[in-house]
Write a protein that binds this ligand. Structure first.
Ligand SMILES: NC(=O)c1ccc[n+]([C@@H]2O[C@H](COP(=O)([O-])OP(=O)(O)OC[C@H]3O[C@@H](n4cnc5c(N)ncnc54)[C@H](O)[C@@H]3O)[C@@H](O)[C@H]2O)c1
Length: 458
């Protein structure tokens, strides 16, 4: 049985005199209302707030940029409709913070939703867990492998419910297709072909711009080096080209693994689930020069800036991985399906869709209602949030537990590392370390700026 927070804090020795007494209140009101704070109220944070069921009260929001919290309380444009229920129910009484550490110290909460950029995932999640809170943490789980493992360990130790924001794990169609493959529907799987998601660019030297939007840029940089303020580093939507190209933090290595960890976190997640690899990973990884970098990069042209220079721009290079049983992962093509090749046929999968060859491989397909549930605003994450809330209330199993999210993003990090290091890597998936490769091992952690270190976790 899950302990209420007061008992939990005292059980793990965190309820010391004077320490976060606000958190030491009884967990839930009789009405079973869950009090939630949302950290990071950019695009995703706003959609998640708008997708919360009525049984949740958003009692606090936090963003390092005042513009983002004010546009949550007084939403405009496409967010006006999405956030209307929040505006009606919670906005007037909602506390507003810039620094999540102050929020976690002061607010009486049951849970937090974290939708900050990727470099700001592990620290707020750990502090929330240590405060006895349940956590919904957006994917990708981490920007480096060791921090992900530390987070997994802390979730185990605290017994809190951490749902990773990989909503495809809750989508009926994707679950059905993954179960079909895992239960042998395609026969023995030989290989899975995925898009060759581009990796990140180094942070460019940008001349300082005056701060805008009430941003505290020190808080934005967080554990990464403090850089001169520039809009391009944090205002993702202002640098969109077409509907899909992000040129904000998502592009740069300090803050993200770019499309390899952003979109890869969804499709690799499906591969890990379908192959039953949620507690393990590949053992060999290698990036290789494509026959034509120009042709491969052209497939990504409206999704990311093109290659710089010649074939030595390795962030597009295809990557091949092998699991211990010989199944191959080939990150090889443009933005497209994930394609599972088995003895009995082929299954192509993307979000909320799959097809097979031969077409009659699956007779009893899920009905149309299962697709429709995810259309429109429901597409964002409501059933996935509901799964998390069920887990909080009843201890029901999470669809996207922390170990699975960590193992998935580990595969994505391995792909980016193989490109960066430009040599074959051997991975010990049990110890989560490279084999006889101290240089590669040094990339498993990242330095953290003073003031943003991880908390003592012992
Ligand atoms: N599950 C999905 O399908 C899905 C979809 C979109 C985004 N995401 C994930 O959600 C996260 C956010 O993405 P986004 O598109 O909303 O980005 P965004 O840039 O629109 O929003 C991020 C917000 O976090 C704020 N922030 C940065 N540092 C902070 C800090 N220290 N404290 C508080 N706030 C801070 C920024 O000011 C910004 O408002 C990413 O990790 C992304 O991968 C997931």
């Amino acid at each position: 049985m899950r302990l209420p927070r007061r008992k939990f804090l005292s059980a793990v020795g965190l309820m010391t005199a004077g320490a976060t007494m606000a958190q030491a209140e009884p967990t839930r009101s009789a009405s079973n209302i869950v009090r939630v704070a949302v950290i990071g109220t950019g695009v995703r944070g706003k959609y998640l707030i708008g997708n919360l069921p009525e049984s949740v009260r958003v009692t606090a929001i936090c963003d390092c940029a005042a513009l983002r919290t004010s546009s949550t309380l007084e939403p405009q444009g496409p967010f006006a409709a999405v956030l209307q229920p929040f505006k009606d129910r919670d906005a007037a009484k909602c506390a507003v913070y810039q620094d999540y550490r102050r929020l976690l110290d002061r607010e009486k909460l049951d849970a937090v939703i974290i939708a900050t950029p990727d470099h700001q995932h592990t620290l707020p999640a750990m502090l929330a867990l240590q405060a006895g809170l349940d956590v919904y943490l957006e994917k990708p789980l981490s920007v480096c492998i060791r921090e992900g493992r530390l987070l997994v360990d802390l979730v185990k130790r605290t017994g809190r419910m951490l749902q990773v924001g990989s909503q495809q794990r809750t989508m009926e169609i994707n679950r059905f297709a993954c179960d079909f493959i895992r239960n042998g529907g395609l026969g023995k799987i030989s290989r899975v072909v995925l898009p060759s998601y581009p990796g990140p660019l180094p942070v460019p030297s940008l001349a300082a711009e005056p701060e805008i939007g009430g941003v505290d840029f020190d808080l934005f940089c967080g554990p990464t080096p403090l850089r001169p303020h520039h809009r391009q580093l944090w205002m993702k939507e202002d640098f969109k080209v077409g509907s899909l190209l992000w040129r904000g933090w998502d592009l740069f290595r300090d803050y993200s693994g770019h499309l390899m960890t952003n979109w890869g976190a969804h499709s690799v997640d499906m591969v890990q689930l379908a192959l039953g690899r949620d507690h393990t990973g590949p053992v060999e990884v290698q990036a290789s020069q494509p026959e034509s970098l120009t042709a491969l990069a052209a497939l990504w042209k409206d999704k990311t800036p093109g290659p710089v220079g010649d074939a030595s721009d390795r962030r597009f290079w295809p990557v091949t991985m092998k699991y211990a049983d010989g199944v191959e992962l080939q990150f090889a093509h443009g933005p497209d399906f994930v394609v599972f090749h088995g003895e009995k046929g082929v299954l192509k999968m993307r979000r909320n869709y799959f097809e097979t060859d031969p077409p009659d491989l699956i007779v009893n397909r899920p009905n149309a209602a299962a697709f429709d549930k995810w259309k429109g605003s429901g597409h964002v994450a409501r059933p996935h949030l509901e799964n998390w809330l069920d887990a909080i209330r009843t201890g029901a199993p999470l669809n996207a537990p922390v170990e699975a999210g960590h193992r998935t993003v580990t595969v994505c990090h391995l792909a980016n590392l193989a490109r960066e290091l430009n040599r074959p890597l051997k991975w010990n998936e049990t110890r989560e370390a490279f084999i006889d490769d101290a240089q590669a091992d040094s990339a498993l952690t990242r330095p953290r700026r003073a003031g943003y270190e991880l908390p003592p976790l012992g």
